[in-house]
Design a protein around this ligand. Structure first.
Ligand code: PMP
Length: 365
């Protein structure tokens, strides 16, 4: 195999080598089945076993209580922006409250506005989404259909350390970029969704964890594919699901359980990795300017600026020559973004840390 670089891409992103090897094997032959994972029917016994194992591993890893359904859907998290509002807001006559902490929360909000009355309960735009609201800044509509948050804003690099308290209002969360990176109190949520291509596998499958009472809210007349109730009743097999994506998600869940030792352990590893980079930002504030305020920092996407765009370009280019790739920040924010998801090895983060220190020495005096 050619030498693997350290891939800091925001997603699709780095995967564990072990999972890639297992997926490679399954592309030739699913162990014991005599056919490729790409060739088997979604209604076959082997695939039924994959689905069952994927769901039972997610239930175990996240401690999902009884009374929730796990769905594997297509259309990415962007389709969830619409499905959430179609299923939980349409026709209710209520308002949905959105907490806007960055680009993705804002996109979710815009989609909800197409469906009904959606209101920004908080908007961090004035400070370019550098920090998250404190609990006492959040005033929800008393009769809100739900409150929507984005647990980790992939572009700005801000992450809720814990979910806000929404009282009796159902909490809906876009967890795309920190799903499976730490334990979650699932019982505090009505619905959690996450596209898989960051921590949970590959693009093409989106996990949705929904509390069963919310399934009853689906209004009549939705297109079948966009109807949570129908998808749950058919166990995500209303049509052909993304078979390979679900298989890789299952392999990732196995890896998290057996190789990592669960989400608490994963969170400790992630925190230690992120600290390696944040320590450099803290020690060199006149050269590296972190985007996120310290109390809102993401453990998944670390974002910062350099003194000039020329230096930022040079940083990205020189990093690349050392096999540290995809560090350019999102065009809307600029600067540098290091995405250090579950599968980013510690050595990759150490190599980036060392490069940051060296680059500063050479360019910042
Ligand atoms: N939400 C968040 C937090 C994301 O990071 C992304 C993808 N970068 C999306 C939503 C959109 O996901 P998709 O491309 O699967 O629609």
């Amino acid at each position: 195999m050619s030498k693997r670089v350290f891939n800091f891409s925001p997603g699709p992103a780095v995967l564990p080598v072990k999972v890639l090897e297992e997926a490679q094997q399954a592309v030739l032959e699913l162990p014991g089945v005599g056919m490729s994972i790409l060739e088997i029917s979604h209604r076959s016994k082997p695939f039924d076993a994959v689905m069952t194992e994927a769901k039972s591993l997610l239930t175990e890893l996240l401690g999902i209580p009884a009374g929730y359904s796990i769905l594997f859907l297509q259309g990415g998290s962007s389709l969830q922006f619409s499905m959430v509002a179609m299923n939980l807001l349409r026709g209710t006559g209520k308002t949905a409250d959105y907490v806007l902490t960055g680009t993705w929360g804002t996109k979710a909000f815009q989609e909800a506005q197409r469906e009904g009355t959606a209101r920004a309960a908080w908007d961090g735009k004035s400070h370019n989404y550098a920090y998250l609201p404190a609990q006492n800044e959040l005033k929800f509509s008393p009769d809100a259909a739900y409150v929507h948050i984005t647990s980790n804003e992939t572009i700005q690099g801000v992450e809720f350390p814990a979910e806000p308290d929404t009282g009796s209002i159902s909490l809906v969360c876009d967890a795309s970029s920190n799903f499976l990176s730490r334990p979650v109190a699932v019982e505090r949520y009505g619905l959690i969704y996450a596209c898989a291509q960051k921590n949970a596998g590959i693009s093409g499958v989106t996990a949705v964890i929904i509390r069963d009472d919310l399934l009853k809210r689906t209004p009549k007349g939705l297109p079948a594919m966009l109807d949570y109730q129908l998808q749950a009743a058919n166990d995500s097999l209303y049509n052909t699901p993304p078979v390979f994506g679900i298989y890789v998600l299952m392999l990732i869940a196995r890896w998290l359980k057996h190789d990592i030792g669960g989400l608490k352990k994963m969170a400790e590893i992630n925190q230690e990795k992120a600290k390696l980079l944040y320590d450099v930002l803290d020690a060199n504030p006149d050269f590296y300017r972190g985007h996120a305020r310290a109390d809102s920092r993401s453990m998944m996407n670390v974002t910062w600026r350099l003194p000039s765009e020329e230096l930022e370009q040079a940083f990205v280019k020189q990093a690349q020559s050392r096999s540290l790739v995809d560090l350019k920040g999102h065009r809307s924010v600029g600067g540098i973004r290091a995405s250090i998801y579950n599968a980013m090895p510690r050595e990759g983060v150490v190599a980036l840390r060392d490069f940051m220190l060296e680059f500063k020495q050479q360019n910042g005096g």
